[in-house]
Design a binder for this molecule. Structure first.
Ligand code: KIV
Length: 294
């Protein structure tokens, strides 16, 4: 594990992101999720290119067991916080389940709110060919839109759960068609999740927009991880593609246990953690209390 200051200027604008297409001498794009101001600030300090306010907030922070219950208001709330923490960052905000499926009008209106009220630079939605017209409507409204194909957590039930996608000919071929359709519809970037790396490579080679992989191998134009996975904040079973760069779950548990122990043993607070009062004020206060009839 290394900790060093970033040596390159992160991509900030859509044209800069487009130039990151694989094949040149560009570094891969780096995207991480963030849901609050301090984490967004850490992302900027680490030099990441893109911050994703993912609907993974539902499982990482809000205690849901899927992303389905997450609302537009949830994403707005967290996007505003991320924007406050990272004023200059390129922020993508997720459109939650059922905030874009109903109609083009619904999708455009909700995507617009994420930019106007939330301060996002772009929105992301899940789905392939069937959602291409939705992507087109949002892009035509002047809202930068990112696609998300492969394992799409909002509809994981339909896919048979949180499983690798595109392992058979028909489903792999369909994923390539999905990627092409989403790119043609006007998406400026594509996330591809939990697919064989050889398939992700084919997708990356076939679309003119940057492809960001998560569980999709090294041949994408960039990589994304959920910040809680990266930091090891959860002890629960992690997907094969997750790499823990820290083990904060045990650090946090140990810290809270130590605090509880210190309080119970009288070891906290110590004089250095307390505020003093002038002896004259204290004496006057005691005196006034003593004069009060009990
Ligand atoms: O919601 C999220 O965090 C995501 C990533 C898994 C890409 O969509």
């Amino acid at each position: 594990m290394t900790s060093q200051a970033p040596e390159h200027s992160p991509a900030r604008t859509i044209p800069e992101l487009r130039r990151y297409k694989a094949g040149g001498d560009q570094l891969p794009l780096v995207m991480v999720t963030a849901y609050d101001a301090p984490t967004a600030r850490f992302g900027v300090e680490a030099g990441v290119d893109i911050i994703l306010v993912g609907d993974s907030v539902g499982t990482t922070l809000l205690g849901y067991d899927s992303t389905v219950p997450v609302t537009l208001d949830d994403i707005l709330h967290h996007t505003k916080a991320v924007r406050r923490g990272a004023p200059g960052a390129h922020i993508v905000a997720d459109l939650p389940f059922m905030t874009y499926q109903v109609s083009d009008e619904q999708a455009v209106a909700n995507a617009g709110r994420l930019l106007k009220e939330g301060g996002a630079d772009a929105v992301k939605l899940e789905g392939g060919l069937a959602l291409a017209s939705r992507v087109e409507a949002i892009a035509r409204a002047g809202i930068p839109v990112v696609g998300h194909i492969g394992l799409t957590p909002q509809t994981a039930g339909l896919l048979g759960g949180f499983k690798v996608q595109g392992q058979e000919f028909v489903s792999a071929r369909a994923l390539i068609d999905d990627a092409i359709a989403i790119a043609r519809a006007g998406a400026h970037m594509l996330v591809i999740e939990a697919v064989p790396s050889a398939l992700a490579k084919m997708v990356t080679e076939r679309v003119p927009i940057p492809v960001i992989g998560i569980g999709a191998g090294a041949d994408c134009d960039g990589q994304v991880l959920v910040i809680h996975d990266l930091l090891g904040i959860e002890d629960r079973h992690a997907a094969r593609f997750v790499k823990h760069y820290a083990s904060l779950a045990s650090d946090i548990r140990n810290a809270v246990t130590a605090f509880a122990g210190d309080v119970r043993e009288g070891a906290y607070p110590q004089p250095e953690h307390t505020y003093k009062m002038k002896s004259t004020v204290l004496a006057k206060l005691r005196d006034s209390l003593e004069r009060e009839p009990s």
